[in-house]
Design a binder for this molecule. Structure first.
Ligand SMILES: [Ca+2]
Length: 85
């Protein structure tokens, strides 16, 4: 899975064909991260990734930083198997 981020990205979860959007801004549950797309493929946070400032550097914009060892975010379904037709 590729996680793409840019400072200008401001997805609202309404983009046609978007299968997942995890902005990592909602830190209310350290074990999960909401998918704001219509797919509702909420992520499970594994390990203990560090909460860091998001790409915009703005207040309320957070990201997670993996340790390269055992941190990951997984979803219940494989997003690679979702048909785009
Ligand atoms: Ca963010």
């Amino acid at each position: 899975m590729a996680i793409i981020g840019t400072a200008s990205l401001n997805a609202q979860g309404l983009e046609e064909g978007l299968i997942g959007y995890w902005p990592f801004d909602d830190q209310s549950d350290p074990a999960s991260t909401p998918d704001l797309s219509s797919g509702e493929n909420h992520g499970t946070i594994n390990g203990e990734p560090e909460i860091v400032a998001g790409a915009t550097g703005g207040g309320g914009d957070y990201a997670i930083q993996f340790d390269g060892a055992d941190d990951s975010v997984t979803t219940e379904v494989s997003l690679l198997k979702i048909s785009m037709s």
